[in-house]
Design a protein around this ligand. Structure first.
Ligand SMILES: [Zn+2]
Length: 411
């Protein structure tokens, strides 16, 4: 036997880097050996008898195979929920009134601070399972609801424990400047100093994060404050990511590009010069349609400029209790097409190869190519555009992670 397994009679959307589209193979086959893809191509190109090529032959009966989906921007580790904010807002309360009555981001910070580690783990695990059930095999998870180092570390430990216990690749990010804790109100510069001097060294020492992220916005932190944070983070070798230009233009995208960020995220208010800077820095644009929808935003991200400058566009759920209470990455593809006129090809690449680029892991993940990890999904569909067109209904028939089918998924 040459390979561990061979999937035949498949329709395959490789989303390979060498194509711009789905990379579609009508009568395809895929071989797996030692957790990696050993063959992907037309079935007629297989050399030899099927039974001599692999130990297990799996006939997928004409169904669609895509790479495992990658959710490259989530905040899924938190306690509590914000349904009461939602309720209040629909009864006419303003943001300020909701904040005064104990809602808003600080209510999530409170709940996350009060939850013990096992409760935080349990609540977060449910969301992770829900993402996985919709075909996600790699996920980025940020801290950012602790604000003080002790609670940020608790969140990061929960992320690490999820990574140990679930058959999914987890990319951990320390969201180091998200909001000001009560004790630092009006003292943002002092807070950044504290993060640089206390939190960053602890997170680095415990190896609990691969990237540093921040929220650059008029209601959060200024470019000057985030520049200080990133200068410090670079000394520890962290990747850089940034929430930028979501609600207004503050210069965050340009700042992210100056630090060669792997991604800049949201970007509704990004301008042409920002996108030129992203192109030069090879920074991926992460677009987040759920927050756009939930906040009833009007300003769409500059999709045509991303196309014009060939800046890769990734899509993610942004799973968080305040502005994106969702765990459906397929739904994000549909939303991005409906709201912003992405093509179905761009949408699928946005949750596969471009999402891998947003995490700096595209050498090993994100498309179906020989020598990448064998992470893929068998869908009860025949065409890749069906996956984008259906509104929140696609569910995998089978999920294969590092070459092994996940249990509880039947073919
Ligand atoms: Zn976010």
């Amino acid at each position: 036997m040459i390979w561990d397994s061979l999937y035949i009679n498949a329709k395959i959307a490789t989303c390979d880097e060498s194509t711009q589209g789905f990379g579609f193979i009508e009568q395809g086959a895929m071989g797996v050996k030692n957790k990696k893809i050993s063959f992907v191509g037309k079935q007629c190109e297989l050399d030899g008898k099927l039974t001599e090529l692999a130990h297990d032959i799996i006939d997928v009966n004409g169904r669609l195979i895509t790479a495992g989906l990658i959710d490259c921007h989530t905040h899924l580790v938190y306690a509590g929920d914000r349904s009461y904010d939602f309720h209040q807002r629909l009864h006419g309360a303003s943001y300020a009134e909701i904040a005064r009555s104990g809602g808003g981001i600080l209510s999530t910070v409170n709940a996350t601070t009060l939850a013990d580690e096992s409760s935080l783990y349990q609540q977060s695990a449910r969301r992770l399972e829900s993402l996985m059930a919709q075909g996600v095999t790699t996920v980025e998870i940020k801290s950012g609801y602790g604000l003080i180092p002790e609670v940020e570390l608790k969140q990061l430990r929960v992320i690490s424990k999820l990574a140990k216990n679930y058959p999914i690749s987890i990319y951990p990010t320390f969201l180091a400047a998200h909001a000001l804790p009560i004790t630092y109100q009006g003292k943002a510069d002092e807070y950044i100093d504290m993060i640089c001097q206390v939190a960053l060294p602890q997170v680095a020492k415990a190896q609990l994060a691969r990237a540093i992220d921040a929220f650059c916005e008029s209601i959060a932190f200024t470019p000057a404050q985030i520049t200080r944070l990133f200068e410090c983070a670079k000394n520890y070798g962290f990747d850089i990511k940034l929430h930028a230009e979501q609600l207004s233009h503050t210069g965050g995208t340009n700042l992210a590009a100056r630090f060669n960020a792997i991604s800049a995220d949201h970007l509704e208010f990004a301008r042409e010069q920002d996108i030129q800077a992203m192109k030069a820095a090879k920074t991926t644009a992460v677009l987040l349609p759920a927050a756009f929808y939930f906040l009833r935003e009007q300003q769409a991200p500059p999709i045509d400029l991303f196309r014009q400058y060939d800046v890769p566009m990734a899509l993610a759920t942004d799973c968080n209790p305040g502005t994106a209470p969702t765990t459906s990455l397929p739904l994000m593809m549909n939303m991005a097409c409906v709201f912003w006129r992405l093509t179905p090809e761009e949408a699928l690449r946005g949750v596969t190869i471009h999402a891998a680029k947003a995490l700096g892991i595209s050498e090993e993940y994100g498309s179906l190519r020989v020598n990448k990890f064998a992470d893929f999904i068998i869908w009860p569909l025949e065409k890749p555009e069906e996956l984008v067109y259906l509104i929140n209904t696609p569910r995998p028939d089978m999920i294969i992670k590092h070459g092994s089918p996940l249990p509880n998924m039947t073919i």
